[in-house]
Design a protein around this ligand. Structure first.
Ligand code: PMV
Length: 325
């Protein structure tokens, strides 16, 4: 009744932005990500007879409130989907990056939780089923079941059975790297859930976003197949800008960007002008992730660290999918 799983986070190059079903977490568009080895969560789940409720600790600190509730609601889903009955669990997680730094800790978190909980219960899920289940904890987490380049296929069905991730290329296929640029200034957060909903419901740019996905996806998959770094980077950066453009059209309008976010974007463009191929992407927060090649690691690291407002730069290689410890 006890198991431990490790999952890495992932950063989307083609973003998931908008749900067609809020409760099953079914997206409006396919997305494509890179799994990163620098950011991971290891989770142990132990189901025990006699526990009155689930407990959760993160980096050895007991969690209460919304954090505990998100874990417990997800375990409820597993208990009901697999007819488990009322047995509760102790959940212990460790994260390698500060949860608040905004590096998709929910992706590695839910992937590790889904894997450890189902393994602890003796359920033998294949990767597809594990991805489908993980999706219902946090959408982007369904991609963290796999390493390397991963596509979340939105599916068409209303029950979500065909909405799960598949691997496009494994972690060792291509040594591209990503720098996570942590900004010192934190702005008040519009959660990804709230941001997506407001955008889908009110932004006149939303349909244009959805229409742009198929060509972006086809192009980036060609780029990955050809290992054409410029092609992949250009498409990823433009896709991110389109996603963020939809938020400016929402009512009321909002943006995740800070001054320092734009300073990093501008520096990345200047690096390119100076001959260093590097491309940025940004999720539902102010921090920036920069895609680069190994031979430029030192130049990229030094340049990013020296931008005013940058608190930290965390370098990462491509990461593996779920492993059981
Ligand atoms: O899975 P969520 O609810 O954390 O949403 C993730 C949304 C983005 O990070 C902005 C894009 C993505 O595909 O990861």
């Amino acid at each position: 009744m006890k198991a431990t799983a490790k999952a890495h986070t992932n950063i989307a190059l083609i973003k998931y932005w908008g749900k067609r079903d809020e409760s099953l977490i079914l997206p409006m568009n396919n997305s494509l990500s890179l799994t990163l080895d620098g950011f991971h969560t290891t989770t142990t789940v132990e189901f025990q007879e006699g526990l009155e409720k689930d407990t959760f600790s993160l980096n050895s600190v007991g969690a209460e409130g919304v954090e505990l509730e998100r874990v417990s609601v997800f375990l409820d889903l597993i208990r009901s989907q697999y007819d488990i009955g009322p047995i509760h669990a102790q959940v212990q997680s460790t994260n390698t990056v500060p949860t608040a730094a905004g590096f998709a800790s929910s992706a590695s978190g839910f992937a590790a939780l889904a894997a450890a909980a189902t393994r602890a219960l003796g359920l033998e899920l294949d990767d597809t089923e594990l991805s489908r289940l993980t999706r219902q904890g946090s959408g982007s987490a369904c991609r963290s079941v796999y390493g390397g380049f991963v596509e979340w296929q939105m599916g068409e069905r209303a029950d979500g059975m065909d909405s799960y991730a598949v691997q496009v290329a494994p972690a060792n296929y291509w040594d591209v790297r990503m720098a996570g640029v942590v900004l010192s200034d934190k702005m008040k957060k519009v959660s990804s859930r709230e941001g997506m909903k407001r955008t889908v419901d009110t932004s006149p740019f939303y349909n244009a976003w959805v229409d742009s996905i198929a060509p972006d996806l086809a192009g980036i998959k060609d780029g990955i197949r050809e290992q054409n770094f410029e092609k992949v980077g250009e498409i990823a950066e433009a896709n991110c800008l389109k996603m963020h453009a939809t938020t400016l059209g929402a009512v009321p309008p909002f943006t995740y960007w800070l001054d320092s976010t734009m300073a990093v974007m501008q520096t990345v463009r200047s690096m390119r002008d100076a001959g260093v191929p590097a491309y940025f992407t940004i999720d539902a927060g102010p921090n920036v992730k920069v895609l680069y090649l190994p031979e430029n690691e030192e130049a990229v690291h030094t340049t990013l660290r020296n931008i005013p407002g940058v608190a930290d730069v965390i370098l990462s290689r491509t990461g593996q999918g779920i492993t059981y410890l």
